[in-house]
Every structure is written in C-alpha cells, then in structure tokens.
Ligand binder design. Structure first.
Ligand SMILES: Nc1ncnc2c1ncn2[C@@H]1O[C@H](COP(=O)(O)OP(=O)(O)OP(=O)(O)O)[C@@H](O)[C@H]1O
Ligand SMILES: [Mg+2]
Length: 342
C-alpha cells in the first residue's frame, strides 16, 4: 500500500553546521516527487531522514498518518536506492534481490517467486544467475531497483539513481523508471541536481538551496512562475532585469514594458530567452548583438543592453531574419510571458 510522506518543519545539522533549515513539504500517495538543488543543498540529507538514517533536530517525518521521526530505518517500510547501487559483487543477481526477503524470513518458495516477479518487472528475468560485474551500468541499476521494490516498500527513495550512466542510457532509464513507478503505483522521491531530469520525470519538484526549500510546484509552475531569482535561473535560462513597476508599467534603464499586472514598487522581472522577439531598433532604444550561436532549432543571441547581458532564442527558419554581431536590435516582449520577482 503506497503512502504519502510529510516533512513537517524539519531542521538538521552535522555538529553545529545547519544543513536543513525548517523544511516542510507533502508528497502525495503515488506521486513521483523530486528534490532538486545544487550540490550540497541538502537533498541526500533530507532523503536519509525519511529513510531513518538520522533524526531531525527539529520537526517531524510522517509516512502516511504515522509519525516515524524517532523510528529506526528497519522499522519504516521504506526502500532506498543508493547512488552507488551497493550491489554485492560475490552474489548473483537473484541472490542480491533475495537478500532483503531472506532477512525478513520469507519462505524459500515465496522468495523465489517474488524475486522472479521483481526481475521480470525490471526486464532482467534472464539475468538471474549473473554477477553484477557481468552486467552493464543500466542493468546494475535495474538490479538495485528490483532489490528495493521486491520488499514492497510504502515509499521508494531514489538518490541520483541514474548518475552513473551515460547520457543516452540515462534518458532511456528515466522514462523506464517513471513507467515502472506508475505501474507499481508507488510513492517515490527522486533526488537529482539535473533540472532536465527532474522536469522530465517528476509530478512535482521541491527546489532546495542551502538547506531551504525555495519553491514547490509542477515543472511548468516552477518554470513559468518562479518565486525568486534562484529558481528562475536554476530551472532554465532567465533574463533578470531590475527596475520598478509603476501603474502597470515596468521601467528599467533603456527598457520599459507595459501591461504588467503586479503591485507598484521595486521589482525584478524574469524573461525567458524564447519570449523575446528581435526586430529593427527604434532609434537609440536598442541592444547590441554581442554574440550569435546557431543551435539548430534556435539561434541564440547574446545582447548587450545598458551594461547587462540579455539572451534571446529566435526559432531558426530557412528564410528567417538573422542579426549580425554588432547590429543594433529592438526587443519585443509579451508582458503575459514574464514573471515578476521581488
Ligand atoms: N556526514 C557528514 N558530516 C558533516 N557534514 C556533512 C555530512 N554529510 C553531508 N554533509 C554536509 O551537508 C551538506 C548537505 O549535504 P548533502 O549530501 O545532503 O547534499 P546534496 O544536496 O545531496 O549534494 P550532492 O548533489 O552533491 O549529492 C553539505 O554541505 C555537506 O558537506
Ligand atoms: Mg547527494
């Protein structure tokens, strides 16, 4: 039976250094939830607290309705896949998968059946007698997954499970992983520092920086409505422009934008590169093309405008207009596509 996870005002530190600061979030039953943040932001630490490897200095961890804050790992029905896979090299694939069941004192026949089901589920039914060293990285990763799902945990915790794989396999495995999570209907928390991976796989994402939650939302929420500068720049490329909003108009040096629906006062707006259109410059109001990169589907321009760099992606068309380095260009922005940050 899958259960949700609640993190309720959790703080944690090693010695006296704070690593997690007042973290709260709810993972729904059956949801695939990602912790996304740069290295050292506290993702693994938070995952370990859910698994029961460590106790928060403040706050509570709940699995379903049950407060598990003080419970040791083996009293929580949680399965964790470690980044390193931690397979036993001297055991066959089947033995690796059976290990957790043996410790839980299942009967021999039942173990054989469960192991077979789990290996079939990850597509490794034919590999039961191999040893980890005779498998590819992706296959080892699937053994680690089979070993975890075979114990039928209520919650599946995955710590950068694909980081050892090459780029192509990583993309394949992430959709397989998502399909499997759906099939099992299991609640899963997926740790990654790769925003593309989080966007591709997660129902919702919690963005962490320096032990604090910056924002929680669906991938599109976070991309379209970032709460702050960190989220705006961590999830994709963003042009951040500082200025003021005054009666529905955003004013910055050399740049004004009408039709803003946000309260008056100092503000920073975030504009995605694809939400700016280049055209001829109105006299003196333009930006200068500093660099132009052809990326295939888009042409990426780096512009200089009052000492600031602006990135613009224009879709590439065979007969489309392009602008040379050094040219002066005008910018058009749809005010509905911007995010106002404070
Ligand atoms: N055992 C430990 N003792 C002391 N400090 C630790 C320990 N483990 C982690 N830390 C510190 O806690 C902070 C958060 O570490 P954590 O492993 O949770 O980060 P992370 O977000 O998982 O990073 P990464 O993406 O690199 O895996 C870091 O500053 C790290 O140096
Ligand atoms: Mg980590």
């Amino acid at each position: 039976m899958p259960r949700g996870v609640t993190i309720d005002h959790v703080s944690f530190g090693y010695n006296k250094t704070a690593v997690l600061d007042d973290v709260s979030l709810d993972v729904a039953q059956g949801e695939l939830f990602a912790f996304l943040g740069p290295s050292g932001s506290g993702k693994t630490t938070l995952l370990r607290l859910i698994a029961g490897f460590g106790t928060p200095s403040q706050g509570r961890v709940l699995i379903g309705e049950r407060d598990v804050t003080g419970l040791p790992a083996w009293n929580r029905n949680v399965g964790m896949v470690f980044q390193s896979y931690a397979l036993w090299p001297h055991m066959t694939v089947a033995k690796n998968v059976a290990f957790g069941l043996e410790r839980r004192k299942f009967g021999r026949a039942e173990i054989t059946k469960k192991v077979r089901t789990a290996l079939d589920m990850v597509g490794l039914g034919a590999f039961a007698d191999r040893r980890p060293a005779q498998l590819s990285g992706g296959q080892q990763q699937r053994v680690a997954l089979a070993r975890t799902i075979v114990i039928e945990p209520e919650v599946l915790l995955l710590d950068e499970p694909l980081s050892n794989l090459d780029a192509k396999l990583r993309v394949e495995m992430r959709s397989e992983l998502k399909a499997m999570q759906r099939k099992l209907g299991i609640t899963a928390i997926y740790v990654t520092h790769d925003q593309e991976e989080a966007n591709a796989i997660a129902d919702r994402i919690a963005v962490l920086d320096q032990g604090r939650i910056q924002q929680i939302g669906t991938p599109t929420d976070l991309y379209d409505h970032p709460a702050n500068r960190f989220v705006a720049t961590f999830l994709g490329t963003a042009n951040l422009i500082d200025g003021r909003i005054d009666g529905g108009r955003f004013v910055a040096d050399k740049f004004t934008l009408e039709g803003i629906t946000a309260a008056d006062g100092g503000a920073c707006i975030s504009i995605r590169p694809q939400d700016i259109t280049l055209g001829p410059a109105a006299s003196g109001a333009g930006a200068i093309v500093a660099e132009r990169e052809f990326l295939g589907s888009v042409v990426r321009y780096r512009l200089r405008m009052s000492g600031q760099h602006i990135v613009v992606d224009m879709p590439h068309r065979r007969d489309g207009e392009t602008y040379a380095v050094g040219a002066e260009v005008g910018l058009t922005v749809d005010p509905r596509q911007i995010a106002v940050l404070r």
